[in-house]
Design a protein around this ligand. Structure first.
Ligand code: ZN
Ligand code: ZN
Length: 409
């Protein structure tokens, strides 16, 4: 990929995704395979006024080898020094950029117990950090760049180099970058459009959403009183407007955690903990996933919804039209950042505090208001070309929100 385009992308990520304050610290989590792009982001961050940029490197190979070969007790605790790394920087209001790129099947064959032990240990240790992030105490942004293994999974019929190039082209398209354009202006327009639709949803103050499609989804989702829909850009506790995901096409809120009933069928595979999970089906009663099925890696799925009490409840309801730019590429990305923005989705696990006054509420107050809490948060995709969503307002009026997979208004 041309360096000029990569620099444009890095600049967009820093200036629109993070939008750092003068002197703000930034932590960049980056796989070693994406080092070149990580360096461009670091450089763009200094140009944008960051005071210090701290690189937090990771590596698929080392991660897998550790899961396969390390002593079992390694996965049962989370070192204090590592917890400190997250907590101290969060307390300083350091921004966080995550460049996410991984082989979708990196942990295939790893004992799922090791994965869930480590999730429990790290989830517990990073509880405070996670809460600060969910409340946007500091700006944060998740983006992606291709690596060989992931590109080969997406474009299985192409040679490695061609696959990487094809994935680059697809990603740059989803983030609205080409050689000629001014992506910052395009993003302004895109954010304005999502905001307009979000405001419309907010004006209805829906009490329930009813989902139906031919895959078998038949679900009623209660929304908590005082909920609001959120989209695209958010305001950080450190003052600036930032965009948590590039790309982003979703408008989302939180369900009432104990008010979801029926059946949900996933419409795309989910890459979860280094495994590809196909054809997820959940049965929910009073918000709890009481039955979970999948055609592959079902044990990984069942472990994921059992990491804690809240993992088996939903924490996000998100609307994305079937005809959206990412969906229309026709590419299955095997990467939630892209696949969730190509499809209506839910998440199991933690809720963002999308309720009036939510950012000031304690964990207990949020729970009492009907918002789920968990150490995990995993989006899974449910949108189809025939999905219908009907909203029911407080006085029982029914409003068509989605017809044939797209917004009805
Ligand atoms: Zn989402
Ligand atoms: Zn989510």
């Amino acid at each position: 990929m041309k360096k000029q385009l990569l620099e444009k992308y890095a600049k967009l990520i820093i200036n629109v995704g993070i939008n750092p304050n003068k002197g703000q610290k930034l932590v960049i989590s980056c796989p070693v395979d994406c080092a070149e792009f990580g360096r461009l982001c670091l450089s763009a961050a200094y140009d944008a006024g960051c005071g210090e940029v701290i690189m937090n490197w990771s590596d698929d190979y080392c991660g897998r080898e550790t899961y396969l070969k390390a002593d079992a007790e390694v996965f049962e605790s989370f070192p204090t020094w590592r917890k400190q790394f997250f907590d101290d920087l969060a307390a300083e209001g350091a921004a966080r950029l995550s460049i996410y790129a991984s082989d979708p099947e990196n942990l295939k064959g790893v004992d799922p117990k090791r994965i869930s032990s480590y999730q429990k240990a790290s989830g517990k240790a990073l509880e405070n950090f996670r809460m600060l992030q969910m409340k946007n105490a500091f700006p944060w942004c998740v983006v992606s760049v291709p690596i060989d293994s992931w590109a080969k999974k997406v474009f299985a019929d192409k040679e490695e180099n061609e696959a990487v190039e094809a994935l680059w082209n697809a990603i740059l398209k989803t983030v609205r970058i080409d050689e000629e354009n001014d992506p910052v202006q395009l993003w302004k327009e895109h954010i304005a459009l999502l905001t307009e639709r979000k405001n419309k949803l907010n004006s209805y103050k829906f009490k329930y959403l009813k989902y139906k499609n031919s895959l078998g989804t038949d679900l009623t989702v209660e929304l908590p009183e005082g909920h609001y829909w959120e989209a695209a850009s958010e305001k950080a506790g450190t003052g600036q407007i930032f965009v948590p995901n590039l790309p982003t096409e979703e408008i989302f809120t939180a369900p009432k955690f104990d008010g979801v009933n029926g059946v949900i069928c996933a419409s795309k595979p989910l890459v979860l903990d280094g495994n590809v999970i196909e054809n997820i089906r959940f049965v929910l009663k009073d918000g709890k996933i009481t039955e979970a099925y999948a055609d592959t890696a079902v044990d990984v799925l069942r472990n994921a919804i059992a990491v804690d009490e809240g993992a088996a409840y939903l924490g996000e309801v998100a609307l994305v039209p079937y005809d959206s730019p990412i969906s229309n590429t026709g590419i299955l990305f095997y990467n939630t950042l892209f696949d969730e923005n190509a499809s209506c989705h839910f998440a199991f696990g933690d809720s963002y505090p999308t309720i009036e006054g939510g950012n000031e509420m304690s964990a207990e107050e949020l729970k009492a208001a009907g918002l789920n809490s968990s150490m995990t948060h995993e989006d899974f995709m449910v949108g189809t070309a025939d999905l219908s969503i009907v909203g029911v307002t407080g006085n029982g009026t029914e409003i068509e929100i989605f017809k044939n997979g797209n917004f009805a208004f």
